[in-house]
Design a protein around this ligand. Structure first.
Ligand SMILES: [Zn+2]
Length: 400
């Protein structure tokens, strides 16, 4: 038997005044998700533990059965892997923002006007710098985002960030946070990288042109999310499942890549995307799907838009009902993103597992409150894969 985990990013919410004290999932017409709930077994899940506000990265690691306390080494390595940079043992990876600073290194725009062109050429110029003590690769991602991988002997990730996280403040010097030689060396190299990349970017024709046309120049790289290479057992080695991941988010792709899962490209239309997933299951034992947009609507404080997105996702998941006659489907959210808060919260998320041999419970609707009365009760993110492995009759016996 095979399994699909479908994660609707940030879909879980809190009761909202604009929705008559209901959640977007309670308001949305979700006939297909409700069918999965009626046929399946439901519950609620704390991505990490009750009350802990999970990030998309730590939650996905947990849901895939990798305890983030052991496997999470910061966002940098995941971001870098997600945009296709190779990360090896001993490397340090860092998230970067193209930003705008003035002559005194005061940050004027942390995203350089959300720059959306020319970053590939800017990255090329940055890569021509040479640093004393380490090699590096720098690569642009979407919009103002980028990542840096440092490679050399004796590097450590116990260093601070240069991003002041607030506009109007000066770029911060990177300092070692522990007494180790490794961190001291890394801090020195990163400060050199900051200085040299600023010189190159400040003089670059693309930025001269941007400044001349009134656009904020991308003349500084703000460094944050410094992390070392995470030592992760591959998904296939851990579960003996041939696996793929279909996601649009770089961070989720980065996790999949570091777990040696195949990256499956999603098409924009949800319905076609889910059909493709089911088709891919001919060749795979397991696929993780992440659908991003409900989270974005909640970050934008827009519960109405979130309802519409949930309904679109619901319309697309109907092939999973058929698929779950002979295989398993787990549908959940990776964390709660309350539309009122505009950020992740530590509330549990609704979960349904549907498949041929689940102990169907009495729940007939898929939402936060209904699922809290379901047969799975309340579990943690790291419980999900063992439960699926057991249902697929692929779990190893503990004891005689
Ligand atoms: Zn998320």
């Amino acid at each position: 038997m095979k399994a699909i985990i479908i994660i609707c990013d940030g879909m879980a919410d809190r009761p909202h005044a604009e929705l008559g004290k209901k959640t977007p999932l309670e308001i949305a017409k979700t006939g297909n998700m409700d069918t999965l709930a009626r046929k399946g077994e439901t519950g609620i899940l704390d991505p990490i533990a009750p009350g802990i506000r999970a990030g998309t990265d730590t939650s996905h690691l947990a849901i895939l059965g990798y305890d983030p306390k052991e496997s999470y080494t910061g966002r940098g390595p995941l971001e870098a892997a997600g945009i296709g940079l190779d990360i090896l043992e001993g490397d340090i990876a860092i998230r970067c923002n193209f930003a705008t600073v003035d002559d005194n290194l005061i940050v004027r725009d942390r995203r350089a006007g959300r720059i959306n062109e020319g970053t590939e050429e800017l990255a090329k110029a940055v890569n021509e710098i040479s640093l004393d003590g380490a090699d590096f690769v720098f690569k642009e991602s979407t919009a103002h985002r980028a990542a840096l991988v440092l490679r050399g002997s004796g590097l450590g990730c116990g260093v601070s960030e240069s991003d002041p996280h607030t506009e109007g403040r000066k770029v911060m010097p990177i300092t070692p946070l522990d007494g180790s030689q490794k961190s001291k060396k890394t801090a020195r190299i990163l400060n050199e990288f900051s200085k040299r990349s600023h010189e190159v970017l400040n003089e670059h024709p693309i930025n001269k042109k941007r400044a001349a046309s009134g656009k904020p120049p991308a003349n500084m790289l703000l460094l944050r999310g410094v992390g070392e290479y995470p030592r992760l057992t591959s998904f296939e080695e851990k579960y003996k499942l041939k696996s793929g991941c279909m996601a649009t988010t770089g961070i989720v792709k980065g996790i999949a890549k570091l777990l040696c899962m195949d990256i499956l490209e999603p098409v924009p239309e949800y319905d076609l995307r889910i059909k493709n997933v089911v088709r891919y299951m001919d060749d795979y034992d397991f696929i993780l799907v992440n659908i991003k947009e409900a989270d974005e609507a909640a970050h934008d404080h827009n519960p109405g838009e979130k309802v519409e997105i949930i309904e679109k996702i619901d319309a697309a998941v109907s092939p999973l009902i058929e698929f779950s006659k002979e295989n398993y489907v787990a549908l959940l959210s990776d964390h709660t993103t309350p539309s009122n808060l505009g950020d992740h919260s530590g509330d549990p998320v609704p979960l349904v597992i549907c498949g041929p041999e689940v102990r169907t419970d009495d729940i007939t609707e898929f939402n936060e409150r209904a699922c809290s009365r379901g047969g799975i009760n309340r579990i943690k993110g790291t419980d999900l894969m063992p439960i699926l492995m057991n249902l697929m009759n692929r779990a190893e016996k503990y004891g005689a």
